[in-house]
Design a protein. Sequence first.
Lengths: 196, 148
Amino acid sequence: MQICTYDNEEHLLENCRKGSRDAFEVLVKRHMKDAYRIAAGLVGNSDDALELSQEAFYRAFRNIRHLNPQSKFFPWFYQILKNLCFSHLRKRRLRRTSALPQIDGEDLTAADGDGFDPHLVVERNESKDQVWKAIGRLSPKHREVIILRHFRDMSYEQMAEALFCSTGTVMSRLYHARKKLKETLECAKGGHVYDL
Amino acid sequence: MTCENYRDLMMGYLDDELTAEQKKAFEAHLAGCSHCRAELESFIKLKTITDDVALLEPEDKLWENYWGNIYNRLERGVGWILFGISAILLLIYGGFKMIEEIIRDPALGLGLKIGLLALIAGLAILLVSLVRERLYFRSRDRYKDVRR
């Protein structure tokens, strides 16, 4: 009997390209937690995060033959996941703006933390809720780098790989994202919770 | 170099991601720049605050069912493809047979024959147009252009 351990990602991907669902199962189990957590950080809701991360894996399997044999799985998969999450956010924003009346041009979606569910946060308190909502108010591009760095604890090198850019660009994006987050927290409604 | 040139390095310094050389250069700038010192201080505070926020871990049951849900999608995907192909083939076959019957049937008047054939032709055009539209959008599918 041949025992297949799939320790090597290259070997695993080769089998996935041939249509092996067993190999893909190993790949899914290896990356499912990261995929779910990143999606949760990007869309701010656990049900949507579960649905979107599973859909991303489904699409990845359907398109895995297009993945370059020399490439790693996760950065490629991350593009699919990210596009799905951003597309979901756009649809959610459209639904909300069409359902709610605009008040003097006020951006209602930005005001409510873009649908970010505070129940996703551990040991909730007012300050943590403010931070979570402020992250939800960031643009998807800014939110993405904050999530990858703070919630997935990725190194700059890993982030550069996932974002298909240089580490210099990662630093630049982080600077702007953190600056925006700082400004949002400083201007948070209901008084100055943080003095930054 | 201006402060603007050092702000990206500030992030690397904050996250301990700089090389020894970059760190040295940044610290030298920091020693003589009160603006960057103040900005770094505020970013350190922000990092402490954001590091304090953690996301809830889902229940183990979610991970147990995770692969099963994806497997079901994969299986249904194959089912839909087979269903779609066979439906199209049957529709084409049925359409041709129907046209044949209409043309051969002596009981049907010429006007009725033309009307029925026009109806079938209209449906066929609509179907082809829908398929063409699907293929057009599929060729511009954002996931096809995902960088690899």
